[in-house]
Design a binder for this molecule. Structure first.
Ligand code: SF4
Length: 238
């Protein structure tokens, strides 16, 4: 698989200690992308065996529910490679989580990668086709098809949404996500603050930053929005 970078001992993007593998390539071009340097395809190629060997070195740290997280970029663009690496990881007693936008066609390869995952972190970008079109190059139809499939499989899933000032940082905007989330079997909806820590990556990659004048999300405002949402839904707001 083509890899942008690795992060060992990560304490986010899933349970326990994670070995995060950021795969190269993503066609979505979200306006708030915090990893614009992963959008370009290419990078260094690792065989499934090399991936499994690298991850297995960290197995002693995975005892509390940890394991591998495939992120990106959009990991499901390399679904076949994930399945192959996942089989080798499984033989070594290691599971994987997918951190994905789900804005991909639901091919047999994608189904296999989902079926073999321990859990899905589903980045639900926006709640309407218009917003998806305005702020990303992705299709909400594709996301919905994948969400439906994951719910059918009974796979553990957590939905995540980045809250961005002046785009979706209002109760009105966030309320519109609820029908999608409530329709699916999710263990929680995580609201993540937009931050500016990745701005330097735009400069380094020579990519225009569409939100260069947008400030980081105010955490007290985000906490207040979460409280208001808890009044409106039984979904666990994280
Ligand atoms: S899906 Fe993720 S990697 Fe792809 S453009 Fe959006 S934020 Fe960036």
């Amino acid at each position: 698989m083509f890899v942008h970078s690795f992060e060992s001992m990560a304490a986010r993007d899933g349970d326990g200690i994670r070995y995060c593998i950021f795969l190269s390539g993503c066609p979505l071009r979200c306006v708030y992308c915090h990893n614009p340097d992963t959008q370009k395809s290419g990078g260094k190629y690792y065989t499934p065996d090399e991936i499994a060997k690298k991850a297995t070195r960290y197995k002693p740290y995975f005892s509390n529910g940890g394991g591998v997280t495939f992120s990106g970029g959009e990991p499901l663009l390399q679904a076949d490679e994930i399945v192959k690496a996942g089989e080798l990881l499984k033989k070594n007693g290691i599971g994987y989580i997918l951190d994905t936008s789900l804005a991909v066609p639901l091919t047999d390869s994608v189904k296999n990668a989902i079926d073999n995952a321990e859990m899905i972190l589903a980045d639900l970008k926006f709640s309407s086709p218009d917003q998806m079109k305005r702020f990303t190059d992705g299709s909400l139809d594709r996301v919905m098809t994948c969400l439906d499939y994951i719910t059918q499989t009974g796979k553990r899933m957590r939905v995540r949404t980045v809250v961005v000032p002046d785009i979706n940082d209002s109760l009105e905007a966030l309320k519109d996500y609820l029908p999608i989330i409530e329709k699916h079997d999710v263990e929680g909806w995580e609201l993540l603050p937009f931050h500016t820590m990745g701005f330097f990556k735009y400069e380094e990659s020579g990519i225009e930053n569409p939100l260069k004048n947008t400030p980081a999300m105010d955490m007290s405002k985000l906490d207040a929005l979460k409280e208001q949402l808890r009044e409106l839904t039984k979904v666990k707001i994280i």
